[in-house]
Design a protein. Structure first.
Length: 200
């Protein structure tokens, strides 16, 4: 695996209120999404909601594909998908990073380099949610990620940890698994906490 130079719902539509063709289109769209995730019958209803949150997160991230900390715009897009704790930690890390560079100037090296949300330094070009397991309040989803660009082709798994807040599943942390070669901290929260300390 490539060297990793780092120090871790919407409510269902009520079918009787929609015209028949809209209902069919909604079912087809849902099935298309679930086929991309592994098949319409691959997940229970609760697991589908978890997988949809994870998929939304990675679609946003792969579209932005920015290294290091997310921009303010990307973080705003992430907010409905993240637990209050993880969103607060990302916000605190961004503030610490801003203070650090304000004090040291533009010549200061970045506190975080490479992709923050996957095991691979270069990030991913595609993903697939493989499975989700949960109890009443917590869940974890196994995600296969792939980087296929500029002649490189790497695949690995990471684990997304979710927590139920109210009636919605939200991402609470990421466990970086890689191919047993990741030098990323074990959890995203560890990386962010270390970055805050380094900025002080």
């Amino acid at each position: 695996m490539t060297r990793l130079p780092r120090f871790a719902l919407a409510r269902p539509l009520r079918s009787h209120t929609l015209p028949t063709h809209w209902r069919l289109a909604a079912v087809a769209s849902l099935c298309s999404l679930m086929l991309a995730l592994g098949g319409c019958d691959h997940f229970s209803s609760d697991e589908q909601r978890q997988a949809e949150v994870v998929s939304s997160f990675y679609r946003i991230h792969l579209q932005n594909h920015a290294p290091g900390l997310p921009s303010a715009d990307e973080l705003k897009q992430f907010e409905p998908l993240l637990s209050h704790a993880l969103y607060a930690l990302l916000t605190e890390t961004a503030a610490a990073d801003a203070r650090y560079h304000a004090a040291l100037g533009s010549q200061a090296a970045p506190l975080l380099e490479g992709d923050l949300f996957t095991s691979l330094y270069e990030g991913a070009t595609s993903f697939a949610v493989q499975s989700c397991d949960s109890d009443a309040q917590r869940a974890s989803c196994q995600v296969t990620l792939r980087y296929n660009k500029d002649g490189a082709d790497e695949s690995w798994n990471d684990k997304i940890l979710l927590v139920r807040e109210g009636q919605q599943w939200r991402i609470d942390d990421i466990e970086f698994i890689g191919n047993d070669q990741s030098s990323q901290r074990e959890y995203l929260s560890d990386t962010l906490t270390d970055t805050i300390k380094e900025a002080q």
